[in-house]
Design a protein around this ligand. Structure first.
Ligand code: GLN
Length: 569
């Protein structure tokens, strides 16, 4: 293998312009040329992982297979690269310092002064190299969080500079910039990009490629201007206009020759790219099928649509993958469950939706409203999909209203509920008493054994056409699947018999049989009522949508408004 190549993706001008999607898209292009690619995210936070950050501030906490709680961009990488990434591919300032301090305490620096430079960038580079070796990646993408010119990420840019100094032919720098069109001027302005390029020069780096994000495509004049003032070839200024779907981005970059440009910069051989499967997927996203309205019910919902889409990005993307696979369009409405607590008559509004989904969550707020919405979905035969908390709350609803367990609850909310049908996992008790919250939940990949003849089993076993499931969660070894977790509580084993007698089916269990992983109602009584203790949304991919999402959307497609028979349970 030729020497490994590295591409640093840095942000200029401002944040929030899609560096994660840009990095993922470059990865997709290089992968489509047959290169082995891996992607690393660096976050400048002191937090050791993203698990302790509020999703409405930082976006979704994406859980890797090995249980590390990371930034939502890792989800984008996994989805665009159709891969599974290990924890070494994510680092924060906190994580890097923690390791350097651990080694210093361990006398591993042999008595010398341990300094911010070079020891911190050296640890960053050690991690990058470990990630590269682990996958034998020909190209390693490294996204540096934050914006050029801010104090927090300077040490990571220094790592990039050190690597470039050592291997000048093997390191490329891509700067994602923003070209505004101020309303009162009505013209694209390149000055902020020029300043960003100079700030980058100030830390010893020169952009090889500039991705110019804008509401419109860049014209030749603007490309020329950026080229002159930022010291790069005009053909290496890539236009990155707003697009309808993030999945179009790799196709757009390729139109401007992104893949070959990077091959030139890095001295990689030119190879044709095959993005045909990806193109087919993007075409499906423009399908002319009917629109399926899905209600996502939960708390936090006063934060606004934009923030919520970020907090539940994997759920949203999984729904999209499944909708496109079924040739329908998707419309998501975020509904605040507290509304149903204040005015239960509002529950009737749920009739307008083809399916109801309750995502993962924590704490008390809005929970009774969610439970009321779940009851409404069950009684009115509206397809219901519960993820983690959404499964636990469905079990509580069922216990209260169908299994004669009045006052059933989770101990997360009420320590002395008469029927604690959701209880704390035994190994979590000590952690909570010690207030040891960071990275201590039941996290990452665990096996789950499916019961044959159930909706869950049927879904995972379905292998037709585009909905074929090739993801990491496919059935292996008998009826075992693996899925990712992030929770402290579980279905209380003491209540399982009673719940089953009431008609609830636990169609997925841990290999030991002790932990309930999937709860569902038989399809003879409800078209789709299913909850998972795990988070299937972390394993859905554009080209292999998750089977549970696919079947949920199928059930939603079959629901016709206003023609329900009354509940049978
Ligand atoms: N709060 C619940 C628990 O800790 C569910 C967590 C989740 O939805 N991710 O078990």
């Amino acid at each position: 293998m030729a020497s490994p190549k590295y591409i640093f993706v840095v942000g200029g001008v401002m944040s929030g312009i899609g560096k994660g999607v840009a990095t993922s898209s470059i990865g997709r292009i290089l992968k489509s040329k047959g290169f082995g690619v891996t992607a690393i995210k660096i976050d400048p936070y002191i937090n050791v992982d993203a698990g302790t950050m509020n999703p409405t501030e930082h976006g979704e906490v994406f859980v890797l297979e090995d249980g590390y709680e990371t930034d939502q961009d890792m989800g984008n990488y996994e989805r665009f690269l159709d891969t599974t990434l290990p924890s070494i591919n994510y680092m924060t300032t906190g994580r890097v310092y923690q390791e350097v301090i651990r080694r210093e305490r361990n006398l591993e620096y042999g008595g010398k002064n341990v300094e911010v430079v070079p020891d911190i960038p050296l640890e960053v580079l050690r991690r990058i190299s470990e990630a590269q070796k682990r996958e034998s990646a020909e190209v390693t993408l490294i996204e540096v969080g934050g914006t050029i010119g801010e104090y927090q990420n300077i040490i990571f840019l220094e790592a990039a500079r050190m690597l470039k100094q050592k291997y000048p032919r093997d390191v490329a720098v891509v700067m994602l910039s923003y070209v505004p069109i101020p309303g009162n001027i009505g013209e694209m302005k390149t000055k902020p990009t020029q300043y960003a390029a100079r700030s980058l020069n100030g830390v010893g780096l020169q952009a090889d490629v500039i991705l110019a994000r804008a509401t419109m495509p860049l014209d030749a004049k603007r490309k020329e201007k950026i080229a002159i003032f930022c010291n790069i070839l005009p053909e290496r200024v890539i236009s990155a206009p707003d697009v309808k779907s993030i999945y179009e981005v790799p196709l757009n970059y390729e139109k401007d020759g992104m893949g070959d440009i990077l091959c030139d910069v890095l001295g990689l051989e030119h190879r044709p790219s095959d993005l045909s499967a990806w193109e087919r997927f993007v075409e499906k996203s423009h399908n002319g099928g009917e629109t399926i309205d899905i209600a996502v019910v939960g708390k936090y919902f006063e934060s606004g649509e934009f923030v919520l889409a970020d907090s539940y990005i994997s759920v949203l993307e999984s729904l999209k993958h499944a909708a496109y696979a079924n040739d329908v369009k998707l419309k998501i409405s975020y509904l605040d469950s507290e509304v149903y607590e204040k005015d239960p008559s509002k529950l009737e509004d749920l009739q307008a939706y083809r399916g109801i989904l309750v995502p993962g969550g924590f704490g008390t707020r809005g929970v009774e409203g969610i439970i009321a919405a779940i009851r409404f979905a069950r009684e009115n035969k509206i397809p219901y999909f519960g993820l983690c908390y959404g499964m636990q709350l469905a079990v509580i609803e069922y216990a209260r209203n169908c299994a004669g367990l009045a006052g059933a609850n989770t101990v997360e909310i009420s320590k002395d509920a008469p029927h604690p049908v959701i209880d704390i996992l035994p190994d979590q008790v000590e952690k909570l008493t010690k207030a040891d919250y960071g990275g201590t939940m039941r996290l990452g990949k665990y096996g789950c054994v499916l019961t044959e003849g159930t909706l869950a089993h049927e879904a995972y076993a379905s292998r037709e056409g585009e909905t074929r499931w090739d993801g990491a969660g496919r059935i292996k070894n008998g009826n075992t699947i693996t899925e990712r977790h992030r929770h402290r509580y579980e279905v209380n084993p003491a209540y399982i018999k009673q719940l089953e007698k009431g008609g609830l089916v636990f169609s997925g269990k841990s290999p030991s049989g002790v932990l309930m992983e999937i709860a569902e109602l038989p399809t003879s009584t409800h078209p789709f009522f299913l909850g998972t203790q795990f988070h299937p949304e972390f394993q859905s991919r554009p080209l292999s949508p998750h089977p549970l999402f696919v079947v949920f959307i199928k059930a939603a497609m079959e629901k016709v408004s206003g023609t329900f028979s009354q509940p049978q349970v």
